[in-house]
Design a protein around this ligand. Structure first.
Ligand code: PLP
Length: 376
C-alpha cells in the first residue's frame, strides 16, 4: 500500500504526476459554478463551496416580482439578523455587502485634522475612503506572530482619533484576535471614539464564533459598530448583501450616506442562508479542512505562514509576490499579492495571499508553487 504522507509530499514537487489524482479528486470537489472560462479564483476570498440550494429555490420563486419596487423589502432579514445577534431590530442596517458600511462610516466621520487608528496590514476599504475625504490614518504595528498588538493600537489613539478600525480575523494576515484581549481593548477605548470591528470572516474561525464576536458589545458600548457579510461563509458574494450592528444613534450618523437598500432577491437569499445553519456548518467545516490541507502542505514545503482563521492563507514563499502572481496567472490561477498597508513595501514583498478553494483547486495551486520552489 502506498504511504499517503510520501504521496502528498511528491505531489507538490512533481506537478505532472498528480494530473490523474487531480482528475479523480475533482469528482469529489466540484467548485461552485462561476462565469464561463473563469480561471481558478483564489484572489478575492470568494466561496468555492457555494451557497445554500434553499436560497436558490426561494430566489427562483420570487423572480417574477422583479418589476415591482415594493418587493424591495428587508423586514424578515432584519428580524433574523437581530435574532442571530441578540440585539433589537433597530440595531441592524442591511446594505449591499458590508463594503458600503465601511465606506459610509468613513464618509460620515472623516474630515481634515481627524484620524482613524488601525493595524498595519489590514483591510483598506474604510481607511482609503477616510483618506480620500481628507482624514489621516495612524497604523499600529502587528505583534510578532502577525496578530494584534492592543498596546500599540491604544498608544496610537490621540485627541484627534474618531475611529478605531479592527478587522477580525484580519485580512490579509488571517489571524484571529484573542477574544478576551480584544473585548478588553474595545471597552477601554475612550467613549467618544467609534470602535469598528469588521467580522467579515468570523464564521470561518477555528475558534468559537459565539466567543469571538464583538456584536454583543454594541449593547454595552454606544460608540461601536460590528459588520457582517453574506459574501464569505455564506457564499453570496455576487448577490451583494451584508449588515451592520450598532446602536441606532451610530446608525443615524452614517445613514445620510446610505445609497439604497439591497435588492429583494439578495434579501431572500440572505434569509435562507441564515435559516440553513446546516449548510453554513458544512461550509465552515470544508474551510477548516482545506485550510489545514494547505498549511500541512506549507509545513512540508518549509513555507512560513500567518496562523489562518479566515477564507485565505497569508504565506511567505520567498518569491517576489508579483512574479508569483504572474506565474500563477499564466497557469490559470488567480491569487493576491502582499497588499501592504502601513508597512514598508519591502517587508512583505515575498508574501502573498491565497484564498481557500476546493481541495483539488488548492492542489493545483500547490503543485505550481512546488515547481517554483524546487527551482529556487
Ligand atoms: C475584511 C473585509 N471586510 C469587508 C469586505 C467587503 O466585502 P462585501 O462588500 O462583499 O461584504 C471584504 C471583502 O473582501 C473584506 O475582506
Amino acid at each position: 500500500m502506498s504511504n499517503p504522507a510520501v504521496l502528498r509530499k511528491c505531489r507538490w514537487l512533481a506537478p505532472m504526476a498528480v494530473a490523474s489524482a487531480l482528475l479523480t479528486s475533482s469528482l469529489i470537489g466540484e467548485p461552485a459554478p462561476t462565469l464561463e472560462d473563469s480561471p481558478i479564483r483564489l484572489s478575492s476570498n470568494e466561496n468555492a463551496f457555494g451557497y445554500t440550494p434553499k436560497a436558490k429555490a426561494e430566489m427562483i420563486k420570487a423572480l417574477d416580482g422583479g418589476s415591482y419596487y415594493n418587493r424591495n423589502n428587508v423586514g424578515e432579514l432584519v428580524e433574523l439578523c437581530a435574532k442571530k445577534e441578540g440585539v433589537p431590530e433597530s440595531y441592524i442596517l442591511t446594505t449591499a455587502g458590508s463594503g458600503p458600511l465601511l465606506m459610509m462610516t468613513a464618509l460620515a466621520y472623516a474630515e481634515p485634522g481627524v484620524n482613524v487608528v488601525t493595524t498595519e496590514m489590514g483591510y483598506t476599504q474604510l481607511i482609503r475612503k477616510f483618506e480620500e475625504r481628507g482624514g489621516d490614518v495612524k497604523f499600529a504595528p502587528l505583534s510578532e506572530d502577525m496578530g494584534y498588538d492592543f498596546k500599540a493600537l491604544g498608544d496610537a489613539i490621540d485627541e484627534n482619533t474618531k475611529i478605531v478600525y479592527i478587522c477580525n480575523p484580519n485580512n490579509p494576515t488571517g489571524v484571529l484576535a484573542d477574544s478576551v484581549e480584544l473585548k478588553k481593548f474595545v471597552m477601554s477605548v475612550p467613549q467618544d471614539i467609534l470602535v469598528f470591528v469588521d467580522e467579515a470572516y468570523l464564521e470561518l474561525t477555528n475558534s468559537s464564533f459565539a466567543m469571538a464576536t464583538c456584536a454583543p458589545l454594541t449593547k454595552l458600548r454606544k460608540n461601536m459598530m460590528v459588520t457582517r457579510t453574506f459574501s464569505k461563509g455564506y457564499g453570496l458574494a455576487g448577490f451583494r448583501i451584508g449588515y451592520g450592528i450598532a446602536n441606532p444613534e451610530v446608525l443615524d450618523t452614517i445613514k445620510p450616506f446610505y445609497m439604497g437598500a439591497p435588492s429583494y432577491i439578495s434579501a431572500i437569499a440572505a434569509c435562507e442562508a441564515l435559516k440553513d445553519t446546516e449548510h453554513l456548518a458544512a461550509n465552515v467545516q470544508k474551510y477548516k479542512d482545506v485550510r489545514k490541507h494547505v498549511t500541512d502542505a506549507f509545513d512540508e514545503m518549509g513555507i512560513e505562514y500567518a496562523q489562518p482563521d479566515g477564507a485565505f492563507v497569508y504565506f511567505h514563499s520567498g518569491i517576489d509576490q508579483q512574479l508569483l502572481r504572474d506565474t500563477m496567472s499564466e497557469n490559470g490561477i488567480l491569487i493576491s499579492g502582499s497588499r501592504v498597508s502601513g508597512a514598508p513595501e519591502a517587508k512583505y514583498a515575498e508574501w502573498a495571499r491565497v484564498s481557500i478553494g476546493t481541495e483539488p483547486q488548492m492542489d493545483e495551486f500547490l503543485s505550481i508553487l512546488g515547481g517554483l520552489m524546487a527551482k529556487k
